[in-house]
Design a protein around this ligand. Structure first.
Ligand code: GLP
Length: 241
């Protein structure tokens, strides 16, 4: 595990965007795994800037998002689909057919999950996966559990996650209680992973990710077993290391 401790959110965002951009420059048809939440917003802003300045071209890039809420329409402003459009996709030249986000409204969720996995495989696997981290150590929506869930699956969200994510909704009752998420194996199969974290409230999760026992109770701890993970974290998130 490589750990890059940076000054603040801004530096974290720039470093992360540069890593994604260099992946795309080296391999223009890269398959990139993307994350949502507040943490990667600055990285997306930087990527849009790099695109507008002509440094990076999304023409042949393919993307797979980590997760999506169950039961939200694509155009619902709280959906991750909407988030991705607003924060990245509508500002760059990515082709719509190259964007993959789990469909939270799928009639048959089992088929939806299977097909998502199949598509990742068909496109040759994920070259670079971007991750955030939940306060409870979740990655994607893989919540603390008794076992690691391997593949894309339907998840019941933890109280803590629902509470944390309620800041994006009008009330806590509006937060979906379920989501579709890539599994731990899906994430671990990525050739390269970068995990971003900023702020004190992530410090404990980062400590456990780096120094803790590898356990499904802290899903991100499994990253200790991945051969190419870089943590890009600011001083506050690194404060317990
Ligand atoms: C959500 C997402 C995760 C994200 C996490 C942290 O629950 N499913 O992918 O990493 O929250 O979010 P934030 O970056 O807003 O703290």
């Amino acid at each position: 595990m490589k750990i890059l401790i940076v000054k603040d959110y801004d530096e974290m965002s720039k470093k992360a965007a540069n890593m994604v951009a260099s992946q795309i420059i080296l391999k223009p048809e890269s398959v990139i795994g993307l994350a949502t939440g507040d943490t990667p917003k600055g990285m997306y802003r930087q990527l849009v800037k790099l695109y507008k300045d002509g440094y990076v071209d999304f023409k042949n890039v393919k993307t797979f998002n980590l997760d999506e809420y169950y039961g939200l329409e694509k155009d619902n402003p709280q959906s991750y689909n909407y988030y991705m459009m607003e924060n990245l996709f509508k500002h760059v030249n990515i082709k719509r057919e190259n964007i993959n986000i789990p469909n939270g409204m799928a009639e048959d969720l089992e088929i939806e999950c299977e097909e998502y996995e199949k598509k990742i495989e068909e496109l040759g696997g994920i070259d670079l996966q971007v991750l955030g981290i939940g306060r409870n150590g979740h990655i994607g929506f893989n919540e603390p559990d008794l076992k690691f869930e391997a593949k894309t699956h339907l998840v019941r969200l933890d109280e803590d996650t629902i509470k944390a994510n309620s800041r994006f909704f009008n009330s806590i009752e509006e937060v979906p209680t379920m989501a579709i998420s890539m599994g731990i194996k899906t994430i671990m199969n990525a050739r390269k992973i970068i995990l971003l974290a900023s702020g004190k409230e992530k410090a404990e999760a980062i400590y456990k990710t780096v120094n803790g026992k590898i356990t499904p109770k802290v899903p991100a701890s499994v990253l200790q077993l991945h051969p190419d993970v870089t943590l890009i974290i600011d001083k506050e998130a690194a404060s317990l290391l």
